[in-house]
Ligand binder design. Structure first.
Ligand SMILES: Cc1ncc(COP(=O)(O)O)c(C=O)c1O
Length: 390
């Protein structure tokens, strides 16, 4: 029996709009082979040695220039730590900052698998939010109430730019208020910035990291969506003290910087301009897919309410009066998959979580969108007719 090579599991006959996976055609197979060859040519045996603890110099330098330009301030190499993706970055932050018995505030809705990473370390509490994102004043009240009961609440996790699952961006006023809240209350904001580079209509808003003073925000980044998830490469930005603590971990001392050879290749990919060329093509591809899925939903499922996302991979639909968890088996029988909205909320979060669902436009060929949405619409009609006994 042939053992699987990747995580992708496609079910025959189902149009999979659930997974946040890249389009196979967007993965830079040939360009990445060149990047690896380029890194090996340029750095020779250093590219295959144990890596520098915080990441190879060429990647750190390129990242600092790029992030600094987007943030409108200087980012020093000592503020960056290269990781095996954003998930690994989140795990590292949680393991350094959290202690048993702590609570963590999380935006709602949020990236459902970040909930799993954080739940390995702490009790999770949903921060108050509305359809535009997290509400800073209400969050401050909740934080005060928890701390008044003696609960340690060191951090808050959110995806403020092209959120997974909503696709939305936290408005500027709330970004500023949140950073003020972090400053006044000594709360660390963990900004998951995984989708920043997938901006389709205008440049992405300034990051929380760029708005804050040192020590108020840790930013997580990833090359999983722009380059490839399989290279397991991302980074975090934090204070030089925090990065030094990470670099001093025993596993780094023992194993060196993570994914060193891929990190060297990424430095080459970025530094030669090949990444920018690739990113331009990827943005075009996903912009086209976003527009196609928006058209398909507007035409075939007009009852769905949604906001058109300016970036990222997802459309967040609300179907009033529909329980999207109960609908899923019916939809799969009709041949379409999606992520039920409740997966992106913690139990106890306010709002009609079960009326939402997330569609991903990243992986499936856009020619299948209209058919996928027709199937979803047929499933909604069937579920409603069963409920009303028609
Ligand atoms: C918001 C968010 N953070 C992190 C990740 C995982 O990133 P990585 O593959 O770099 O670990 C994802 C992937 O879906 C995501 O949507």
């Amino acid at each position: 029996m042939r053992l699987p090579v990747s995580q992708a599991r496609l079910r025959p006959g189902i149009i999979e709009l659930a997974q946040g996976y890249p389009a196979a055609g967007a993965l830079p197979v040939a360009a990445w082979a060149q990047a690896v060859a380029g890194g090996l040519r340029e750095y020779g045996s250093d590219a295959l040695m144990y890596g520098h603890p915080t990441g190879p110099g060429p990647l750190l330098r390129w990242l600092c220039d790029r992030l600094g330009a987007a943030d409108g301030r200087v980012i020093r190499p000592g503020e960056v730590f290269v990781t095996a993706g954003a998930s690994h970055a989140l795990e590292l932050v949680a393991s350094l900052v959290l202690r048993p018995g702590d609570a963590v505030l999380v935006d709602s809705p949020t990236y459902h698998l970040a909930l799993r990473v954080l739940a390995d370390h702490a009790r999770l509490v949903p921060a108050p939010a509305d359809e535009h994102g997290l509400l800073p004043d209400e969050t401050a009240k909740l934080l005060d109430a928890l701390r008044a009961k003696g609960v340690r609440v060191p951090l808050l996790y959110l995806v403020p730019t092209y959120n997974n699952p909503t696709g939305g961006c936290l408005p500027q006023q709330r970004r500023l208020a949140l950073v003020r809240l972090a400053r006044r209350r000594g709360l660390l904001l963990v900004e998951d910035d995984t989708y920043r580079e997938l901006a389709y209509d205008a440049p992405a808003p300034r990051s929380l990291y760029g708005l804050a003073e040192a020590g108020e925000v840790i930013r997580l980044g990833s090359f999983a969506k722009t380059v490839a998830p399989g290279i397991r490469l991302g980074f975090l930005c934090a204070t030089e003290e925090f990065v030094a603590r990470l670099a001093d971990r025993g596993y780094v001392d023992s194993g060196g910087g993570v994914n060193h050879t891929n990190a060297v290749a990424m430095g080459w990919f970025g530094g030669t301009g090949a990444y920018d060329e690739h990113l331009g093509r990827v943005r075009e591809r996903y912009r086209y897919r976003r527009d196609s899925l928006v058209r398909a939903v507007a035409e075939h499922l007009p009852a769905a309410r949604f906001a058109v996302p300016a970036g990222g991979w997802f459309l967040w639909l609300r179907l009033s009066g529909v329980d999207t968890g109960a609908l899923l088996p019916v939809a799969e029988r009709h041949g379409v998959g999606y992520l039920p909205g409740a997966r992106c909320f913690l139990p106890g979060a306010a709002g009609p979580a079960q009326e939402y669902l997330r569609l991903s436009f990243s992986m499936v060929a856009p020619e299948l969108f209209a058919e996928g949405i027709r199937r979803l619409a047929a499933a909604v009609v069937e579920a409603q007719s069963v409920r009303s006994g028609v």
